[in-house]
Design a protein around this ligand. Structure first.
Ligand SMILES: Nc1ncnc2c1ncn2[C@@H]1O[C@H](COP(=O)(O)OP(=O)(O)OP(=O)(O)O)[C@@H](O)[C@H]1O
Length: 431
């Protein structure tokens, strides 16, 4: 193998890159790679895991997946998310590893290219996404790949899972980062308001339009538009939105001139849009236009392993950052199901820190819902009267459900009046 040609190839890659032989030894390295790590790279003797992790043996001996092993197994390129020791501390890296073969088809080495992920971290850091669990890493890979493209991204996840944070991360890692990031909250916008908010209006366009107003699409020019709760866009407006997305053109309310729109589209929904399409409540054509690259955000329950680090992160960024959790309190938090996801965890941490009389936050300082949830689960594991079970069930509904009361009553198979009576009986409040 001609090493100087390999080195020239590596130099031409604009991301950190190395060429390694089958024994993990680095045979060629570019400047971007050298600049990434504190550890000096000695061509011909440094091994990749020594530089990136400070390990003395391959990553799979330390509980991480080794992309080289995967390449050898499949004879194809592989990718993995690793945490590397870089100049900026522990940093997430999206690694692509490609086997390089000689004329006889024998693998002689591997090309490794990395992408540093600036918007996430496994350690506490303001304004970054925190996590280290497998579902979190899977989501990171998708966000990182989508960020470098112009594809329309659809974020799906329960309330409080971080959809807006992910949308911002996508924008800030894209080529549009220097331009505006505009959020359009679709819930509660009626048809007229939606159109004038989105497209702007001319002076005198309707009663009360005493001055011309720029629309959000114009304000976002060159940047990203984030449609939050896209499922709530009225059906009649969906067709106008589709036209805007297809033609990239629009008119202000009361205006005649066609205007050109230039924005990257990100949408989010906690509802399952495909189900709404089935029911005829969301246009199929609009769905396929906005769901170019769907990303599902895991609930906190699915990534319970991240609860302690998130709790410590929120505590260290709160007013009471000098306080600390005792182990039992952290364990109890990890057992709780968090229907409100990360937003609920943040609020629970802040409440517990305030409630703690001492500098150590104990189990007794955790708010009621955390105790109740555990008590409730153990309660239902024993034999209890149907009346008691009903009370426990209705209490949980009051904490987690958001359906209008008549829809809820229909789901439970009782009349709205009966449901009200039951809430009264158990002194429950449904809001
Ligand atoms: N991975 C994370 N690391 C740290 N903080 C996070 C993470 N994900 C979300 N948060 C925080 O959790 C809170 C809720 O996040 P966000 O508002 O983005 O959720 P959402 O899914 O958009 O909620 P909703 O559907 O109710 O609008 C915010 O304070 C956000 O900063």
């Amino acid at each position: 193998m001609n090493v100087s040609i390999v080195q020239a190839m590596i130099n031409s890659i604009d991301k950190p890159a190395i060429f390694i032989n089958t024994d993990y030894t680095i045979l060629a390295v570019n400047e971007a790679y050298r600049d990434t790590y504190e550890t000096e790279v000695r061509v011909g003797s440094s091994r990749c895991f020594e530089v990136s992790h400070g390990h003395s043996s391959p990553c799979d001996k330390h509980g991480e997946e080794c992309p080289i092993r995967q390449c050898v197994k499949t004879e194809r390129a592989s990718s993995v998310i690793h945490i590397h020791n870089t100049e900026q501390g522990k940093t997430y890296c999206d690694i692509i590893m490609r086997p390089v073969k000689d004329a006889d088809g024998i693998t002689t080495g591997f090309l490794e290219i990395l992408d540093k992920i600036e918007f996430a971290t496994a350690e506490s850091h303001a304004n970054k996404m925190i996590g280290a669990s497998a579902p979190f890493k899977t989501m990171l890979t998708k966000i990182n790949r989508a960020a470098s493209s112009e594809i329309a991204v659809l974020l799906h996840g329960e309330t409080g899972t971080g959809k807006e944070l992910v949308a911002k991360a996508l924008h800030e890692s894209s080529r549009r980062a220097e331009k505006p990031f505009v959020v359009i909250e679709c819930t509660g916008l009626n048809e007229n308001l939606f159109e004038s908010e989105l497209f702007g209006h001319e002076k005198g366009a309707f009663t009360g339009a005493s001055y011309a107003k720029k629309g959000l699409i114009e304000i976002a020019n060159g940047g990203t538009v984030f449609f939050d709760e896209i499922a709530d866009v009225p059906l009649s407006m969906q067709v106008k939105l589709l036209r805007l997305l297809e033609t990239q053109c629009y008119r202000t309310v009361g205006g005649i001139k066609q205007r050109k729109a230039d924005f990257r589209l990100i949408c989010a929904s906690h509802k399952n849009l495909l189900e709404l399409v089935e029911k005829g409540e969301f246009r199929k054509d609009l769905y396929y236009r906005i769901a170019g690259f769907p990303i599902t955000l895991p609930s906190l329950y699915e990534r319970a392993e991240d609860i302690p680090s998130l709790a410590l992160h929120f505590l260290s960024h709160s007013e009471l950052r000098h306080k600390r959790f005792d182990k039992k309190a952290l364990d109890r938090l990890s057992e709780y199901s968090f229907p409100g996801n990360i937003r609920e965890l943040k609020s629970i941490v802040e409440q517990a820190a305030l409630l703690a009389n001492e500098d150590v936050i104990t189990i007794d300082d955790l708010p009621e819902q955390v105790h109740f949830s555990n008590h409730q689960d153990s309660h239902l594991k024993q034999l209890v009267s149907l009346e008691e079970a009903e009370e426990v069930y209705l209490r949980r509904i009051c904490e987690t459900e958001k359906l209008p009361i008549d829809e809820l009553a229909a789901c439970l198979g009782v009349s709205t009046r009966t449901l009200y009576r039951k809430f009264q009986k158990y002194e429950l409040k449904y809001e």
